[in-house]
Design a protein around this ligand. Sequence first.
Ligand SMILES: NC(=O)c1ccc[n+]([C@@H]2O[C@H](COP(=O)([O-])OP(=O)(O)OC[C@H]3O[C@@H](n4cnc5c(N)ncnc54)[C@H](OP(=O)(O)O)[C@@H]3O)[C@@H](O)[C@H]2O)c1
Length: 301
Amino acid sequence: VAALERHDEQPTVVVTGGTGGIGRAVAQALAERGYRVLIVGRSDANGSDVVATLERTAPGRRHRFVRADLSLLGDTAQAADQILDCTDRVDALVLCAGVLSRVAEPTSEQLERTFVLNYLSRYLLIRRLLPQLKQAVSGRVVLVANAGKYRDTLDMNDLQLRNGGRGLWISGRTQFANDLLAVDLSERLSSTRVEVTCVYPGLVATEVFGNARGLPRAMRVAAGFVQRLVGSTPEVAAQMPLFLAGDAAAVGAGGKFFGPGLRPLRIPGRAQRPDRRAALWAASDELVRPWLAEQARQFER
Ligand SMILES: NC(=O)c1ccc[n+]([C@@H]2O[C@H](COP(=O)([O-])OP(=O)(O)OC[C@H]3O[C@@H](n4cnc5c(N)ncnc54)[C@H](OP(=O)(O)O)[C@@H]3O)[C@@H](O)[C@H]2O)c1
């Protein structure tokens, strides 16, 4: 059945967090551009709703919802399997799923929840889908994060925060991990056609504060109010990932950071440090190893 469902002549994009917020708007915009869109998220109801909308926008492209809790590597690996069951073509991977968190929380896999959701599941999905991205004429990976905004608060000896912790650095460190990944992966893939970019969408009126973990109610309400007052809409914010994932004019953008309106952002020196990049890569490689097939364990440049 899986083989019959393949539509490999169709340009295909995977969007995580495609069930809501910026990711949903990106999925919609990509469908309008003619892409087959596979969205990954947790909510079945939102997933079905988005797929129905995509089908109305661009019928007959077999858009799909892949359910996964991306704070779990097991679920993330299953999502990759499901994606590869329904296509062997992946032109772009737009990684939007994420959470704002002020609390360290262990998952059932004994890993830190925000670290996995905002960073490590992205690393694993990239590793799993890289063979398909490399086959694309112009493969793209777009990390929707906070491009260059956060300090280096990653403790490589305690990535899972065994002793707990509180504060905005809990998610801040995962955003910095995205910065390191963007720079490092881009360099590792420099001899391929795959280009990696990292974006900061600015303040966007989504559910990000409503969904935040460990944020006092008053702060949640106040931040949500400001966000709606001065933030851009998800549709406006989606234009940047849309361009970087799907536009021929974005060739050559690999390795760069972008802010609202596609403004190029300076890549801070801390995100370029070879020792920090290498340490995070090695730790991530080790952590996802059980979820990689034998032949994919060796990263090939
Ligand atoms: N909004 C902003 O102002 C802003 C600013 C800077 C950076 N960002 C970044 O932009 C990205 C998108 O944020 P947003 O504003 O669109 O947030 P949002 O409205 O809260 O949407 C988050 C998305 O992530 C998915 N998600 C959350 N937890 C998940 C899990 N455990 N497993 C699978 N999917 C999960 C949600 O899907 P389900 O509902 O299906 O779980 C939803 O589709 C985030 O990475 C965020 O850090 C946003």
